[in-house]
Design a protein around this ligand. Structure first.
Ligand code: FAD
Ligand code: PHB
Length: 389
């Protein structure tokens, strides 16, 4: 088998790249080791930056997003028993965010790929990548009982943090930067109308909590927990109790409903540089991870593949490698900004330990961002996505 671009991983990065290449008339094959149902149901991100929405629209996969996505112009920060509104759009030159599940983005991209009759292989096994520093890199894998080899001009490693592409780069090439946090998030999807008009990020002495949503009937709520928390110890009653405690306010009620899904996510910051080795290009979580507090992971994945697609299009149409040579640096500017913002939001909002000095610093910072125009504007422009990087 032969293709122009071999794409490993059918998450947001791989599927968006495949779509952008299709629009530009470049061939690709996408391979994914999970089944379609699993990929479409994996509940993760919920906040799309305006730039992400615009890109999906240009790629022709935003019809339902435009109908069902919920545009938000602000968020709330809650601390010290008070809820403060941060008017994002007012602070960030009219830009907004859209609440729309990653699952729905992925479903639209898969449907578009299959409707175009282009190769997207699920449930592949034993993926490995070879000859990365030659002009004919290859991907080997098994599919439906057959052992296959795909010869490519370039390979896009879009296989997430635990994928095979990054570890296939010879040792000594990559430099990694990492931070693990001593906490995680317990997230639920509940069948109940959201009790909030905009997201609430709550700092509380018992730990952080986040109120988000997926639709007018579905709420997505999180509480800070241990990274290795045993979900079995969290009955639905205990989860609601903790949410009520951490987000409660006089005169406001958090409505409860059946919990449809619950899970624990650990939190880390991670960057591997450069995002290229020979003809292998890493994109999305395969190259970098942010803690979810800044809502940046999916948006970064989309922004990487926008840059990669543009570079590949230039290469195929003019033979110029300038875009591909600059790919890693171009992505890393935005990635490091998002790394800093996500670390900063995480450090400001989570219970870090029992040191009262830390808690006082957090409260001071929260008071500052909710009272100073300059500080609020800085939060806002990062949250909606910087356009200058
Ligand atoms: P992935 O989504 O991980 O996709 C990689 C794909 O590769 C997967 O389908 C995987 O099965 C496949 N794969 C792995 N190994 C192989 C292999 N060997 N062969 C073939 N395929 C393979 N981001 C935001 O922007 N906003 C948010 O609000 C937000 N909230 C989040 C909340 C939670 C609880 C979590 C966990 C994450 C959140 N994120 C958020 C982060 C976001 O979900 C990720 O950054 C995003 O999924 C990255 O996309 P990706 O395509 O790079 O990687
Ligand atoms: C979500 O809705 O899942 C969500 C929202 C904001 C975040 C993280 C996750 O910062």
């Amino acid at each position: 088998m032969r293709t122009q671009v071999g794409i490993v991983g059918a998450g947001p990065a791989g599927l968006t790249l495949a779509r952008l290449l299709e629009v530009a008339g470049i061939e690709s094959v996408v391979i994914e080791n999970r089944d379609r149902d699993y990929v479409e149901r994996r509940i993760r991100a919920g906040v799309l930056e305006q730039g992400t929405v615009e890109l999906l629209r240009e790629a022709g996969v935003a019809e339902r997003l435009d109908r069902e996505g919920i545009v938000h112009h602000g968020i709330h920060l809650q601390f010290d028993g008070e809820r403060h509104h941060v008017p994002l759009s007012e602070l960030a030159d009219g830009r907004s965010i859209t609440i729309y599940g990653q699952t729905e983005v992925v479903k639209a991209l898969i449907a578009a790929r299959l409707a175009s009759g282009l190769p997207l292989l699920f449930e592949v096994d034993g993926v490995s990548v070879h000859d990365l520093d030659t002009e004919r890199p290859r991907i080997r894998f098994a599919h439906e009982g057959a052992q296959l080899e795909l010869e490519c001009d370039a390979i896009a490693g879009c296989d997430g943090f635990h994928g095979v592409c990054r570890p296939s780069i010879p040792s000594g090439v990559l430099r990694s930067f990492e931070r693990e946090y001593p906490f995680g998030w317990l997230g639920i999807l509940a069948q109940v109308a959201p009790s909030i008009d905009e997201l609430v990020y709550a700092h509380h002495e018992s730990g952080f909590a986040l109120l988000s949503l997926r639709s007018p009937e579905l709420s997505r709520y999180y509480v800070q927990c241990r990274p290795d928390e045993d979900i079995g110890e969290w009955s639905d009653e205990r989860i609601w109790e903790e949410l009520q405690l951490r987000t409660g306010l006089a005169g406001w009620t958090l409505d409860e409903g059946p919990i449809l899904e619950k899970g624990v996510t650990g939190m880390r910051s991670f960057v591997a540089e450069p995002m290229r080795y020979g003809r292998l290009y890493l994109a999305g979580d395969a190259a970098h991870i942010v803690p979810p507090t800044g809502a940046k992971g999916l948006n970064l994945a989309v922004s990487d593949v926008r840059i990669l697609a543009e570079a590949l299009v230039a290469w195929y149409s003019t033979g110029s490698t300038t875009g591909l040579d600059g790919y890693s640096d171009a992505c890393l500017r935005r990635i490091w900004r998002a790394e800093h913002f996500s670390w900063w939001m995480t450090s400001m909002l989570h219970k870090l330990g029992d040191d009262p000095f830390d808690a006082q610093l957090q409260l001071s910072q929260l008071r500052y961002v909710t009272s100073s125009y300059a500080a609020a504007r800085s939060l806002a422009e990062n949250y909606v996505g910087l356009t200058t990087l």
